[in-house]
Design a protein. Structure first.
Lengths: 247, 276
């Protein structure tokens, strides 16, 4: 069953087309990975899906509802999506526990004791059971990102959007975050993620999409896209990635 | 246990520190002596001492001036609370986006432009004498209340701008994170943006608080018997300016704790920035 369907999505900044007619479907329980050079539009695509940007054209259909319809309240559509950002974006004035329980309490009306119990369970799941009362500044990057993932899971979103969530991490901290995402993938989460970790994409993705200058030029199973791409731009990109030693 | 080398270094640092203290002490004494002789050696000094620093007049005026200061203090506290609330509201109105809010946004902008440009003294006269002059029923004519209203009007415009600068200093990624969780604009502001903004602008707000402390003395122009007015009355009866000095010193004493608090807040804010 299709959970997310992007149709003809276009977005410009100051006259420059950053997304140029994107069509993309994500089925329930599917893990779809976006790859492409820096500036190819991956983050913009994810932000558009979450309605953090106004679209110039096209549709975002989530669970059969056109959430890009301006007559609908975007705050309600966002409740069924969880976003994790490259730079964590935890709230620095709140403890880890308050960061995680904020949306359940304030948006979803979960009573505080239950929200906190759920958050504790989530913290145990992301391997940080003892950090509930810490402030984000006192955590390592890897720990902050795991808290950010817990925050995005806390209200049981149908779709997870992950934007290069390991790019801001020191190399030795990448593993702990990726293994958590692998965990989520195997438990049937629906994930749309941008990443530069090709090895990870190969193992976890059901499908890989290659973005180039705002167009989705090629998509398919990782075994095909990452080893025998058909489009010359994809080949070029992967060639550069291999040279940089990232595949 | 520390090494011989480190012991030597510590001894050297201590001797340097002793020398610095000594230099500071000597230069302070020299400076104070020079200032003392310059002032007391001035040709008009005896007359100034008599009419500004008369001990008996000071003692006689102290009770009424202190009672006036108590009024200033109460005006200060009430105004400060109202100013913070109104300033926050105006800053919030100015942060609203979308055409529906245009009238409110425009109103808030006009308010800030008007009262930031208007000299406080003129505002005091206009509110203090103009408002009762309308002879509308329900309009107060208590000079303390009218003076307080004028202070609130002018200072809220400043404080709103301080809050707005704070709101804009919070990184847009915080806004994106809050919205992605499904929070609406109002909750995003209240729970995510404003708490961070307020922390950042606390030093600036405390500075405005110190300024408000002394501007509270201006309500005397409307006839409120505050510290300044009480000093004026004492000065007129004693034919001596000493009560003004008494009132001035009391205002300074009142400002010192707030000024120290502002310094402390600024230091803490700087440390927090450095830690990030
Ligand atoms: N808010 C913005 N204003 C102007 N240009 C932007 C903005 N956000 C992104 N861009 C531009 O859009 C292009 C795509 O950016 P992005 O989606 O971040 O790419 P990616 O995530 O694939 O690296 C880039 O050229 C970037 O400079
Ligand atoms: Mg990006």
């Amino acid at each position: 069953m299709t959970l997310l369907s992007v149709r003809g999505l276009a977005k410009s900044y100051g006259g420059r087309r950053v997304l140029d007619g994107i069509d993309l479907d994500v089925a329930e329980h599917e893990v779809v990975v976006l790859i492409g050079a820096s500036g190819s539009g991956k983050s913009t695509l994810l932000r558009c899906v979450n309605l953090l940007e106004d679209l110039d054209d096209g549709q975002i259909v989530l669970d059969g509802v056109d959430i890009s319809d301006p007559r609908l309240n975007p705050d309600i559509a966002r409740r069924s999506m969880g976003v994790v950002f490259q730079s964590f974006n935890l709230f620095p004035h709140m403890t880890v526990l308050d960061n995680i329980t904020l949306a359940p309490r304030v948006v979803h009306g979960v009573p505080r004791p239950q929200a906190e119990a759920d958050a504790q369970a989530l913290l145990a799941r992301v391997g940080l059971p003892e950090k509930a009362n810490a402030y984000p500044d006192h955590l390592s990057g890897g720990q902050q990102q795991r808290v950010a993932i817990a925050r995005a899971l806390a209200y049981h979103p149908r779709l997870l959007l992950l934007d290069e969530i390991t790019s801001a991490l020191d190399p030795e901290l990448v593993g702990e975050v990726l293994s958590l995402v692998r965990d989520l993938a195997t438990t049937g989460r629906t994930i749309l993620m941008a990443t530069h970790e090709m090895g990870f994409a190969k193992q976890v993705a059901d499908r890989v999409c290659f973005l180039d200058e705002g167009r989705l030029v090629e998509q398919g199973p990782p075994s095909q896209i990452l080893t025998s791409p058909t489009h010359p731009r994809t080949r070029q990109f992967l060639h550069r990635v291999i040279e940089a030693g990232r595949l | 246990m520390i090494s011989e080398l480190q012991r030597e270094r510590l001894a050297y640092r201590r001797s340097r520190a002793r020398r610095s203290t000594l230099v500071a002490l000597v230069s302070t004494l020299v400076f104070a002596a020079a200032a003392y002789f310059a002032v007391t050696g001035a040709p008009g000094w005896p007359r100034v001492r008599e009419s500004f620093l008369d001990w008996d007049v000071a003692v006689a005026s102290l009770p009424s001036v202190a009672a006036g200061l108590w009024l200033n203090l109460r005006v200060l506290v009430v105004c400060a609370v109202v100013i913070v609330a109104l300033g926050l509201l105006i800053a919030f109105l100015r942060s609203l986006r979308g055409p529906v809010w245009f009238p409110l946004r425009a109103l808030a902008t006009a308010y800030v432009d008007l009262f930031r440009g208007l000299p406080l003294l003129i505002c005091l006269y206009l509110i203090g004498f103009g408002l009762p002059g309308l002879r509308l029923t329900g309009v107060p004519n208590d000079p303390v209340l009218l003076g307080g209203i004028a202070l609130v009007l002018v200072y809220s415009a400043y404080v709103a701008e301080v809050f707005r600068a704070g709101i804009e200093s919070v990184h847009p990624s915080q806004l994106a994170a809050a919205r992605s969780l499904g929070l609406d604009h109002r909750r995003t502001m209240r729970l995510v943006i404003l708490p961070q903004a307020v922390r950042r602008v606390t030093p600036a707000l405390l500075n405005d608080f110190v300024a408000l402390q002394k501007d509270c003395g201006l309500i005397s122009v409307l006839g409120a018997v505050d510290a300044v007015r009480a000093a004026q009355i004492s000065a007129a009866t004693a034919y001596d300016f000493t009560p003004y000095v008494v009132a001035g010193l009391l205002f300074v004493l009142l400002a010192i704790p707030s000024a120290r608090l502002a310094d402390l807040a600024a230091r803490r804010a700087a440390r927090r920035q450095g830690a990030l």
